[in-house]
Design a protein around this ligand. Structure first.
Ligand code: ASP
Length: 308
């Protein structure tokens, strides 16, 4: 395989040009470009798709504009509980963490679960213990605090509802990649929904729902209202449509996001890449922060519909 491809997202939702200042829009575009650059650097130097998606997602987690890592939304009781996952399409190995607090880069922890534990999915206190054993960096509440996020929480609490973060123009993050060796990988990271309670976990850390990669088909990372993506096992469904029905990546992702998800009210989108390096970025919401690059062509970022 002599090509590589990388796509990233920073969340899909109600993202309207009319509600963005120029500075906000530019800030998001720059952050997406930086994440693409971080991932492409790995791919261009012959690194693995797994390392590339981790690097791109770490870059997005470190940016407070997005609902993952720094910038994660608040739970009902004012904390940050983060979920992340990663999957390697060559081996079908996967790692995931849910409800972790204080971990600077949950996606890096999910990779350690994949590569350094005997398990796939760790959550809560156990995931924290594993993180300490692995010596991953932790940050205090100040690092994760943002006044904007806190206002979102107060508003959601006052209205007694949980809120999909990107209805306020920020979102979950993810990356998918094909490397020069022909291997695929996917990763997703999120703070979940504003005002979530009771240990709620969405699709982002669930292998098959929010994240999936298989060298035989594709790599997928989802964003949107997690409950709907969980019910439909969206990421695996894309792979199944390709494997069992013989659909192309474009056909499979369009059918799922613009038909099956729409039919059940599942607001959101996904990014996907297939084993030939084709990229699909469908969403059924008003916008999705996204970026993509292929070997030999310029990196592109987009936010709104028809924004290419
Ligand atoms: N899918 C995420 C969740 O439900 C939210 C998002 O994509 O922003 O936790």
């Amino acid at each position: 395989m002599s090509t590589y491809s990388l796509a990233i997202h920073g969340g899909a939702g109600t993202i309207r040009r009319s509600e963005m200042t120029d500075a906000q829009e530019q800030g998001h575009r720059t952050a997406l470009e930086q994440a693409l650059c971080a991932g492409e650097r790995v791919l261009a130097s012959g690194g693995s798709a797994t390392a590339a998606v981790e690097a791109a997602v770490v870059s997005l987690e470190d940016c407070e504009y997005f609902n993952a890592g720094r910038g994660a939304v608040f739970t009902h009781d004012g904390r940050h509980e983060m979920d992340a996952s990663i999957m390697c399409g060559a081996t079908l190995n996967a790692g995931a963490v849910a409800m972790v607090e204080g971990v600077k880069n949950p996606v890096a922890l999910s990779r350690l679960v994949m590569e350094r534990s005997a398990h796939v999915f760790l959550c809560g206190a156990g995931a924290q213990d594993f993180a300490r054993d692995m010596d991953v960096p932790f940050e205090g509440p100040d690092y994760f605090f943002s006044a904007f996020r806190y206002q979102q929480l107060e508003k959601a609490r006052a209205q007694n509802r949980v809120q999909l973060d990107h209805s306020d123009k920020f979102g979950t993050v993810g990356a998918v990649a094909l490397d020069l060796q022909g291997n695929l990988a996917a990763a997703t990271s999120t703070g979940g929904l504003t005002n979530k309670r009771y240990g709620r976990v969405g699709d982002s850390s669930v292998i098959g729902a929010g994240t999936y990669a298989n060298n035989g088909t594709c790599a997928v990372s989802c964003t949107g209202y997690g409950e709907y993506f969980l019910r439909s096992v969206v990421a695996y469904d894309v792979s199944c449509m390709m494997e069992y029905k013989g659909l192309s990546l474009q056909e499979a992702t369009d059918r799922i996001i613009n038909h099956k998800q729409v039919a059940i009210g599942g607001d959101g989108g996904l990014i996907a890449v297939d084993r030939n390096g084709s990229i699909a970025l469908p969403f059924n919401s008003t916008g999705m922060y996204r970026g993509w690059v292929q070997k030999g062509s310029e990196a592109r970022v987009a936010i709104y519909k028809n924004d290419r």
